[in-house]
Design a protein around this ligand. Structure first.
Ligand code: PLP
Length: 389
């Protein structure tokens, strides 16, 4: 299948970028570990010359991402943070960024502790409130950075509205689509300029590699990002490129099945006496539930956050008492994970910011995997009762 856009999402996830090997007929393309490629002549360049600048296995993954996000091109990086860092390198001293107040901890650290060194400033606002976004705009705002599903409170901004605002001031809109995946949502279709993934999470899907991607629909912007990536070097290695490509083939199935279990868990947790509240886009009580219904395909995602009625210690104890849910940061894989944002994923936030943004001591974040609902429910039941009695 050479036409990247032909076929349904699920079909493209299997075939896009996955060309039959012309030499052997292998249905799975070989992994190209070569760091350098023989040239036709001095000063003459073939399709590939040096693996930092381009590698066939990486490029197959990039074609697949391009197809699934509906862009014109994509780039694969050594991690999600390397991908966000590449976007941040579009900025210069004096530029201003607006980002979401429930931003991924690593992005929070990058903006506040690395980008600030080169004179880039950041304002965190509630991106679900367009009025606060407009108020935060300055003459120097060059980037609005949003997560299509926020972290850990799973807020869902209106991406079309953010695209309109960004356009008005000639800023770019970059979307971290890690929690949603293109199976649920394709931000480029809603006017975003850049869509980013930590491929470490759902795209890879098996907790066995790190990776990051960017996809864009403007060839000129692609050239700028490619230039930065090639100049700074944080490319994805061939083995990880292969692992992410393999993960993509089951992305649609995984997201559907994991979302279904997540919804069942969220509904059950809602009625649990030790739980104060449950945050899940599939629940009518979620503030942007209607937006999720209108814009998401394939379900409401597989991340569930809830607040325990207990202390920070009881919350930690719950996370430590699960047997199936592994106590770990990261998310998006076939095995379920549990974590306490206040002490783990969002520990890089200042205490005051955690309070302001609702990252409370009792908060627990689940990444729901592919295990059965009954087993996951039983595991949480015993862990919560152990911590709360
Ligand atoms: C994990 C993650 C990142 C960073 O990706 P790495 O692959 O760990 O560098 C960025 N954004 C979100 C939402 C993430 O979950």
């Amino acid at each position: 299948m050479t036409d990247n856009r032909k076929g349904s999402f699920r079909t493209r996830a299997i075939h896009a970028g996955s060309e039959i090997d012309p030499q052997t007929g292998a249905v799975v393309p070989p992994i190209h570990f070569a760091s350098t490629f023989r040239q036709p002549g001095a000063g003459q360049w073939g399709d590939f010359d040096y693996s930092r600048s381009g590698n066939p296995t990486r490029s197959q993954l990039e074609s697949a991402i391009t197809s699934l996000e509906g862009g014109c091109n994509a780039l694969a990086f050594s991690s999600g943070m390397a991908a966000i860092h590449c976007v941040s390198m579009l900025l210069s001293s004096g530029d201003h960024v607006i980002a979401g107040c429930d931003l991924y901890g690593g992005a929070h650290r990058l903006f506040h502790q690395i980008c600030n060194r080169s004179g880039v400033s950041v304002t965190l606002v509630d991106l679900t409130d367009p009025k606060s976004v407009r108020e935060a705009l300055t003459d120097h705002t060059k980037l609005i950075w949003a997560e299509s599903i926020g972290n850990p409170r799973l807020s869902i901004p209106d991406l079309s509205e953010l695209a309109t605002i960004a356009n008005e001031v000639d800023a770019r809109l970059g979307i971290d689509n890690t929690f949603a995946t293109p199976a649920l949502l394709r931000p480029l279709e809603l006017g975003a300029d850049i869509v980013m993934h930590s491929a470490t999470k759902y795209l890879g899907g098996h907790s066995d590699c790190l990776g990051g991607t960017l996809a864009v629909s403007d060839p000129e912007l692609y050239e700028q990002l490619y230039f930065i990536q090639n100049a700074t070097g944080a490319v994805l290695d061939p083995m990880s490129s292969f692992l992410v490509s393999r993960g993509l083939k089951t992305l649609d199935l995984r997201i559907r099945a994991q979302s279904e279990t997540a919804l069942k868990l969220a509904l059950w947790l809602q009625s649990h006496p030790s739980i104060k509240n449950v945050i899940y886009p599939g629940l009518a009580s979620h503030p942007q539930h209607q937006r999720a219904c209108d814009t998401f395909d394939a379900g409401f995602g597989a991340m569930v956050t809830f607040e325990l009625k207990g202390s920070i210690e009881q919350t930690a104890m719950t996370c430590e008492a699960t047997k199936l849910f592994h106590l770990a940061v990261s998310l998006g894989a076939v095995e379920s994970l549990i974590e306490q944002p206040a002490t783990m994923s969002h520990a890089s936030y200042a205490e005051a910011d955690r309070q302001r943004f609702g990252i409370t001591d009792g908060l627990i974040r689940l990444s729901v995997g592919l295990e059965s609902f009954e087993d996951l429910k039983a595991d949480l039941t015993q862990a919560i009762s152990k911590a709360m009695t």
